[in-house]
Ligand binder design. Structure first.
Ligand code: ATP
Ligand code: MG
Length: 438
């Protein structure tokens, strides 16, 4: 392992930084104090220290120590050890879990690494010193240690200054660090988006060149990264960052291609609008759904696939299902989208043409569809790209309030062919006047 001479320690004393115990989770403090009382080194580390330094609110508090996992377990009743090879201690306080990791010397992160990838790593799986633990981390900003001993911050990599300068800088040689773990490219973009940091030049430079390495990353891990990129309140910035650093093409190859060939930019506008609305929901602490997110991100791919099938003469309902399946299948090569999200995602797409319907029975059936709300929100979003469906949006808005009145009005006006591109409009009109029959 590369530990070296240039890991010079600098200690930032309590009166020279703003990390206060008031802002640290009481449970994390309990863990830190208990470790110290038992004679071990105990530090708050990683994202929590970084976030506190910039006045943020960490969502979890990780602890690093020189105690071994077994020693940690012996100190806490509410503790379980997890991981087969890299053992971590989880100290459980109701819904809060404080992760306690023993200093490690190895450079490869265990998180999300598949069993078959682990082999090369085993021999390096040894505990190490705090310096070794610092240099195996990704960015300097993520490698700061807040000591419970004297409330100082220990900095082995220049992270304190980088946080003050709002810069993300990889520790060590960037290209080597990306080759070790390509997911770090996504982490760079994600953390820059989340924190409003800039990515240091030499850290940013290799990303477009090495982007393709991400294809070998574990698809389940990429799924988790995607949720963090897009459902944590900074989705727009994440998208722009991925685009700027050539990563969108690797994560969403078909959508990236479709976006490029959409000259008017309408689809891109729609995606950005959808992400902005998702960010607003996160800010308002409203729920957000991975199904809707992926429906949005893969919509350009779906539209293109559908258009191609239709150009080949495949009829509408079949073309829709095939396009949905095809896009889902291809995306699964990269990102492991669980079925509980991919099926509702497809439903959101496949329900879109049904918003053109005005027959009483179909209207009521669609209104009571479990995916109605999501599909309708998606329809509204599509207005950003085209006003083709403005009439549908108006009708279904009314139909949710007063379904009978909406259907009656549509029948009276004979306007159930709003979208204008439906071949069966005459037949429909007659049927509709005959009541709910099909
Ligand atoms: P977030 O705010 O998203 O939780 P984080 O920096 O805390 O950001 P985590 O995934 O929780 O990210 O990781 C915790 C810490 O583990 C990081 O701060 C970093 O020190 C280290 N780490 C995580 N992933 C990697 C990686 N791929 N390579 C090296 N170190 C990593
Ligand atoms: Mg974290």
């Amino acid at each position: 392992m590369t530990l070296d001479s240039d890991a010079a320690l600098s200690i930032i004393p309590r009166d020279a930084h703003n990390v206060s115990r008031r802002d640290i989770s009481p449970n994390a403090l309990r863990v830190l104090y208990r470790l110290r009382e038992a004679g071990f080194g105990a530090y708050l580390v990683g994202g929590a220290v970084r976030d506190l330094l910039i006045g943020g609110h960490p969502k979890d508090f990780d602890v690093a120590t020189d105690a071994t996992p077994e020693q940690v377990r012996a100190l806490f009743r509410n503790c379980r050890l997890i991981g087969r090879r890299f053992r971590l201690a989880h100290v459980v306080f109701g819904r809060e879990i404080i992760e306690v990791a023993t200093f490690r010397a190895n450079q490869v992160e265990e998180e999300g690494v598949e069993a078959h990838e682990v082999e090369a790593v085993i021999r390096d799986n040894v505990f190490g010193s705090i310096e070794e633990d610092a240099v195996r981390r990704d960015f300097t900003a993520n490698a700061l240690y807040y000591s419970i001993e004297d409330f100082s911050i220990r900095d082995y990599v220049g992270g304190f200054q980088d946080v003050q300068a709002r810069v993300l800088r990889l520790i060590g040689d960037p290209e080597r660090r990306y080759r070790e773990d390509p997911v770090r490219m996504l982490r760079a973009v994600r953390l820059a988006a989340k924190l409003g940091f800039t990515i240091d030049g030499p850290t940013a430079e290799p990303i477009p060149r090495l982007a393709a390495l991400l294809r070998d990353a574990a698809p389940a891990r990429l799924f988790e990264e995607c949720l963090k990129l897009f459902l944590s309140g900074h989705g727009v910035q994440s998208f722009l960052g991925l685009e700027a650093h050539g990563l969108l093409d690797v994560l969403f190859p078909e959508s990236a291609g479709a976006l490029r060939s959409n000259r008017s930019g309408a689809l891109r506008r729609m995606v950005l609008k959808g992400l902005a609305e998702t960010d607003a929901r996160v800010a308002a602490e409203e729920p957000v759904s991975p199904s809707f997110l992926f429906a949005l991100l893969l919509w350009p791919a779906y539209c293109r696939s559908l258009a191609r099938l239709q150009a080949d003469g495949v009829q509408a309902p079949e073309a829709q299902q095939r396009a949905a399946d095809r896009v889902t299948l291809h995306e699964m090569d990269v990102i492991a989208l669980p079925r509980r999200f991919s099926l509702p995602m497809q439903e959101i797409w496949l329900l879109q043409p049904r918003f053109a319907q005005r027959q009483r029975r179909r209207v009521f059936r669609l209104l009571s569809h479990p995916r109605f709300r999501a599909a309708f929100d998606f329809l509204v979003l599509r207005l950003t790209a085209s006003d083709e469906h403005a009439g549908d949006v108006e009708f279904w808005r009314e139909a949710q309030q007063h379904p009978d009145a909406a259907v009656n009005a549509a029948e009276a006006a004979g306007e159930f062919d709003e979208a204008g591109d439906k071949p069966r409009r005459r037949r429909r009109r007659r049927r509709a006047s005959g009541g709910p029959g099909e």
